[in-house]
Structures are given as C-alpha cells and as structure tokens.
Design a protein around this ligand. Sequence first.
Ligand code: C5J
Length: 223
Amino acid sequence: TARPLEIAARPYPFRVADRDAVALLVIDMQRDFLEPGGFGAALGNDVKRLQRIVPTVRRVLDAFRDHGLPVIHTKEGHRQDLSDCPPAKRSRGAPGMRIGDVGPMGRILVLGEPGNDFVPELAPAPGELVVPKPGKGAFYRTGLDARLAALGVSHLLIAGVTTEVCVQTTMREANDRGYECLLIEDATESYFPEFKVATLEMVRAQGAIIGWTAPAAAVLEAL
Ligand code: C5J
C-alpha cells in the first residue's frame, strides 16, 4: 500500500503519493568547496559560509538512512587527464590555481584527489549511490536519470552546494526531465548570501516553476 508524504513547503505543500518514490540528492558536499585550499577557495571565496550547513545536511541524511530511503551523493570532479574538462571551464581561474593544478589538498577538482572527496561528516554510507559529474548539473554526462528511473524515483529532495550553481543547475535539469523537486532551504548554501535568497525565491516563484522549498525541520517532521 502507498504511503503518502506531505511536506509543509513554499509556495504550497509538497505532496508525494508514495514515499518510496522519494530520494535525497546531496550535491557536491566536497572538501573542494568547503575547505581552504580547494576549488572554491581558489576562486577567492570564503568557504566557511558553506561549512555551517553540514550538521543540517547530516540530520536529513540520517533521517533518510533511518527510513531506508535512497540517498544519492554527487561529486564534481574531472578525470586525471582532464579529458572531460572543457577549456572553457578550465580557463576561468587564476593561473596556478586552476582545475588540475596542484593545491594543498591535491589536484584541484580532480577525481580521486584528497580535496575532491566528501567532507568526512557526510561520507556516503555503503550502498548509497555516488555520482561523479564533470559539469555543474548532475544530469549532464552522468546517467543519473537512468539510475533514478531504475530506483522508481520521481521526487527529489535536494541539499548541498552551491545553491545558485550546481544545486540550481541540477534542480532545473531535474525539473525539465519531469521530476518534482524540493530544495531544503537550510541544507543548501552559497558563497554569496544574496544569491541563495534569490535562488530560493526564483525556484518557487510562479507557482513552483522549478520546484518547492522548505526548511529541514519540515522535511524531518514529514518523514
Ligand atoms: C561550483 C558547485 N560552484 N558545486 N560548483 O562551481 O556549485
């Protein structure tokens, strides 16, 4: 029998006919974005802002684990030979601190390097899907759509960083593919506070044109 779920969200309640169709998508909670010496810091950002959401993301993650619901972790990073990194992406940073250059946590934004791993508090548990991605969106060159279809997932609760880059790109990609998406307000963060506020407003505007937003407390209460 179906077990419905209703989350108090904006612009109106987020309803799921059967909670087995829900997955948690945790976007790019990696040292490269949250710790000094990584990709985010190389671009001149204050990474401490992003660290504040770690306990909240962990609470939501633990709730999904407790309920046996699927969790997917994405990881932005490139192959060792950078063959999946277009020059248009690599050329944007300052010389010496670009993608593939050697930083204090290994090569910047390269898969397998220490700095490219997840922050330890949010390390994937055995059985949780890890999706490496070369772009900002989690559906670009990843096979994520097929993996979600195989799991029977139609509704995504989204957490992670950064709100206006990888999170928003992914949410828009998911929305275009027919997924119903809810962005967890205090489980996402940006280097730019005003970008976060604007992103939350733009996704839920016009009757949830991209999706819904809700605080983690509302998600935990509904689960
Ligand atoms: C960025 C991301 N901001 N994960 N990546 O380059 O949002």
